[in-house]
Design a protein around this ligand. Structure first.
Ligand SMILES: Cc1cc2nc3c(=O)[nH]c(=O)nc-3n(C[C@H](O)[C@H](O)[C@H](O)COP(=O)(O)OP(=O)(O)OC[C@H]3O[C@@H](n4cnc5c(N)ncnc54)[C@H](O)[C@@H]3O)c2cc1C
Length: 298
């Protein structure tokens, strides 16, 4: 590890001033579960490290005027344990409760997961499926955007639009109406714990009072640079009466999309396309069960 200067501010404003001052070579550290490995392996060599742990104003999970607001420093453990998240946003509950191990969940934060923008980020995949907004702050001001617009960048390292002196402060999305909307996450990994996703599937479905699908969001984590968007599968569901049979009809489209996107990785494409279909069958059963439409044994 290369030596660095260390700061532990107690307010966001203080952190932003420091980030601005040292922006040529600065890293913020949240839980450190990704960054410490990179420091140890000389993949990150900042001159200055700014610790966010003492900034209490970044650590919250609350509902305000029908909107979930989650501070960047909320840990996976706190999200998994939150009753409102468990009852209203199963996708985030299921994604965060399966991250790594208890130690990783106690340290690792949702903000770190999204800022890292790893292809296998489970919290990231869940928030993308929810089409959550992210709020970024710097000394220049605040900007809030869809997480889908946040994920962009050239080169292997640059996977989002965070500037060097910019902090991800909040993740927000409308509280789902669970009478009509179900959300689910399922992770396929090599082991049950301490394993990153081989495929992490997320799904959000809304139906009207007649059980007709009015909105669908389907994403597959670890299938490409960003959570893969199965837009054609979604389009096939919208307007149809939701059923397991209708959902299964989307799988050939998903199969072809994964095949096309992963042609350059022949060693993994067979597994990925078969695995993703298995993951989505689990999600279909979960969604239908939550909406009380159909019991499917998977
Ligand atoms: C053994 C092990 C198992 C793991 N298992 C999983 C898993 O199952 N699923 C999964 O998704 N991940 C997993 N991870 C990866 C990691 O734990 C998560 O990505 C975690 O959420 C990262 O959060 P953190 O707070 O530790 O981030 P840090 O390591 O502190 O930071 C990560 C990056 O984000 C930046 N950053 C952090 N917070 C902010 C902020 N608020 N604003 C701007 N930039 C910020 C940092 O500068 C750094 O570049 C695992 C890691 C390990 C070591």
């Amino acid at each position: 590890m290369k030596p660095f200067d260390f700061y532990a501010p107690t307010t966001v404003d203080e952190a932003l001033e420091l980030m601005h001052k040292y922006q040529d070579s600065v890293s913020v550290i949240a839980g450190g579960t990704d960054l410490v490995l990179e420091l140890n392996e000389y993949k990150a060599t900042p001159a200055v490290v700014i610790d966010l742990k003492k900034i209490k104003e970044l650590n919250y999970i609350r509902v305000e005027d029908g909107v979930f607001r989650i501070g960047a420093m909320a840990t996976h453990a706190s999200l998994a344990a939150d009753q409102a998240v468990k009852e209203k946003v199963r996708i985030l509950h299921d994604a965060t409760r399966q991250v790594g191990s208890p130690q990783i969940r106690n340290l690792g934060t949702i903000g770190g997961n999204i800022a890292q923008s790893s292809v296998a980020g489970d919290g990231l995949a869940a928030c993308v499926t929810l089409n959550a907004d992210v709020t970024l702050r710097s000394v220049r001001g605040t900007r809030t955007m869809s997480i889908n617009d946040f994920l962009a960048g050239e080169g292997a390292q640059k996977r989002n639009i965070l500037a060097a002196d910019e902090l991800l402060t909040e993740i927000s999305f409308p509280v789902p109406d669970t009478k009509h909307t179900a959300t689910a996450f399922y992770k396929l990994a090599k082991r049950k714990s301490l394993a990153i996703s081989v495929i992490g599937g997320g799904m959000v479905v809304t139906v009207d009072d007649n059980g007709v699908c009015t909105h669908a969001s389907m994403r597959g984590g670890a299938l490409g640079r960003y959570p893969m968007h199965f837009a054609d599968c979604e389009a096939l569901l919208v307007g149809k009466k939701l059923s397991y049979a209708a959902m299964l009809e989307t799988l050939p489209i998903m199969h072809d999309q994964i095949l096309e996107a992963n042609r350059s990785r022949p060693w993994s494409v067979f597994y990925k396309k078969e695995g993703a279909q298995g993951v989505f069958k689990k999600l279909f059963a979960d969604i239908l069960g939550q909406l009380g439409i159909e019991e499917v044994q998977e």
